[in-house]
Design a protein around this ligand. Structure first.
Ligand SMILES: Nc1ncnc2c1ncn2[C@@H]1O[C@H](COP(=O)(O)OP(=O)(O)OP(=O)(O)O)[C@@H](O)[C@H]1O
Length: 250
């Protein structure tokens, strides 16, 4: 069986700078995999290459064995590649029920018009409510997004991403900016994501990485520097030197 997501010698150059240096990477089916690395290591660039935000200079991206390297973001999303963003991408005036409803409707090929006539579709309403419940948004489902606590907004982003029925989900710093009091809810929700969705977490927060991931890849200077179980990566003296050492000095 092919890996859920794979890169082969993936490369990105910005002029003379090599931001992604021939990276071979594999995300297994059902994985809980984290991508870490010091500032400027190339994590964001790598995610942008996976999702199609940036074109690769060379190399390949395979989604379930299919080459998607030349496909647009939208076509990769339709093939099951979902993501959340570091910066909030939600519509501030929409409510959670509207945002999740629109995402479900878009997945079904309907877009906004379809969503307006959804009142009659009990199956879809059921799915929207299930998602709102899973992401603990029922009590705020009719509040404008702009007025939700920040932790709830991050949960809504997860709900919207999952509404697309992704097979692979890239989580870009889902805990960034979430106040301490709201973190527990977010971590519990991340831990309860469906086990058949393969997940790559890009994260600075080591507590979250170690509580979530069963495998870690370390990027340094755009290069695939180390990979293993959290225990192995923690023990690797090279990693400690370049990455964890830097954190200690930060
Ligand atoms: N559009 C761009 N043009 C030129 N250089 C870029 C561009 N985007 C990123 N870079 C450079 O590529 C390198 C990798 O940056 P990237 O943002 O991918 O790292 P990162 O690991 O995500 O960093 P951070 O953790 O700080 O977000 C950096 O040296 C950065 O300056």
């Amino acid at each position: 069986m092919s890996a859920a997501l794979r890169t082969i010698a993936l490369e990105k150059r910005f002029g003379g700078l090599v931001a992604t240096n021939k990276v071979d990477f594999t995300l297994e089916h059902g994985a809980r995999h984290a991508l870490i690395g010091p500032n400027g290591a190339g994590k964001t660039t790598f995610v942008n290459l996976l999702t199609g935000v940036l074109p690769a200079t060379a190399g390949q991206v395979l989604l379930d064995g299919e080459d998607v390297t030349r496909l647009s973001q939208q076509r990769r999303a339709r093939r099951g590649l979902g993501r959340t963003f570091q910066i909030n991408q939600l519509f501030p005036a929409m409510t959670p029920v509207e945002s999740v409803g629109l995402a479900v409707s878009e997945r079904m090929g309907g877009g906004a018009d379809f969503w307006r006539s959804l009142g009659a579709r009990r199956d879809i309403i059921g799915e929207v409510l299930d998602l709102l419940e899973r992401f603990r948004l029922i009590d705020v489902m009719d509040h404008p997004t702009a007025r939700l606590a920040y932790g709830k907004q991050r949960l809504l982003e997860l709900a919207v991403a999952l509404a697309g029925n992704p097979r692979v989900l890239l989580l870009d710093e889902p805990a960034a900016g979430v106040p301490e009091a709201e973190r527990r809810e977010l971590l519990d929700t991340l831990a309860a994501l469906p086990s058949d969705v393969s997940i790559l977490l890009i994260e600075h927060d080591m507590d979250l990485v170690f509580s979530f991931a069963d495998r870690i890849t370390v990027l340094v200077n755009g290069t695939h520097f180390a990979e293993g179980t959290p225990g192995d990566v923690m023990k690797d003296p090279r990693v400690r030197e370049v990455y964890l050492g830097e954190e200690e000095h930060a």
